[in-house]
Design a binder for this molecule. Structure first.
Ligand SMILES: O=P(O)(O)O[C@H]1O[C@H](CO)[C@@H](O)[C@H]1O
Ligand SMILES: O=c1cc[nH]c(=O)[nH]1
Length: 247
């Protein structure tokens, strides 16, 4: 029999550990890329289901990076296990998003202050009315300061976290309605991350990179995506090592 893991879907390898702040891209291969290109001495701590997770050093401080998979069910499963079983205190999602506001352009970084969603996830919190999935203010402020210092074109606003990448009924015009109430971009995880952090009494932030525009049809080439992701990752890493955690 193997060792007993405290969690169902992450199995931290013997002799490794998870840092108190974790960066989470949707794609586990992006986690590997970040570990290999940005972290000193990265050590693989998880590879269950190929959801690669590494811990290393950035600016001399420990930080982890691990894939979340796509969509709220996948991200919230991993985020809850990290928060509840591995001592993680803050998660920063680093993901791509489709622009919906006219003011948002490809390559922009978008800091998600809040996230509206069509997911039923918040129903489980069972509070009368609607819960407002919101970023941690301290992390949001730090990310904004880092982006300003780096001179990166950055927006702060509300995103739409959708359970659908492909809507089965296009006539619902969901992206048009999201745009009409001022939501800036669409992606698939942020609301779940913020609600999980809220329920687990932890901190979270989504730092997004605009990879395409839903209405203008503008989209980046793979090389351009790599360059704009670089800015998002730098902002997220600088925020991670400045996030207040327990000693
Ligand atoms: O780039 P990532 O982090 O995967 O995020 C976006 O890309 C995926 C869809 O292509 C969804 O996960 C969406 O949220
Ligand atoms: O979820 C996503 C991510 C990028 N672009 C989109 O249109 N949707």
């Amino acid at each position: 029999m193997g060792k007993i893991s405290p969690s169902a879907c992450i199995d931290v390898k013997d002799g490794t550990h998870v840092a108190k702040v974790v960066l989470m891209p949707g794609d586990p291969l992006r986690a590997k890329y970040v570990a290999e290109h940005y972290l000193e001495n990265p050590v693989l701590f998880n590879d269950v289901r190929g959801m690669l997770g590494y811990t290393g050093l950035f600016e001399g401080k420990e930080v982890s990076v691990m894939g979340s998979g796509m969509g709220i069910p996948s991200l919230t499963l991993y985020a809850h296990e990290l928060f509840s079983f591995y001592g993680v205190e803050a998660i920063i999602r680093i993901g791509s998003a489709g622009g919906i506001a006219d003011s948002v352009k490809c390559r922009d970084v978008l800091l998600a202050m809040s996230a509206t969603t069509n997911s039923a996830y918040s129903d489980a919190i069972d509070l009368p009315g609607y819960v407002a999935p919101t970023a941690d203010w301290g992390m949001l402020k730090t990310a904004w300061d880092m982006a300003e210092e780096m001179g990166v074109r950055t927006s702060v606003g509300s995103v739409y976290t959708s359970d659908f990448f492909y809507y089965p009924n296009a006539a619902m015009k969901v992206n048009e309605k999201a745009k009409a109430v001022g939501l800036m971009a669409v992606e698939m995880e942020t609301a779940g991350l913020y609600l999980t952090a809220m329920a687990d009494h932890k901190k979270a932030l989504s730092v997004l990179s605009i990879s395409d525009h839903v209405f203008s049809g503008e989209h980046l080439s793979p090389e351009e995506i790599r360059d704009s992701f670089h800015e998002m990752m730098e902002i997220a890493l600088k925020t991670a090592v400045r996030t207040e955690v327990s000693e």
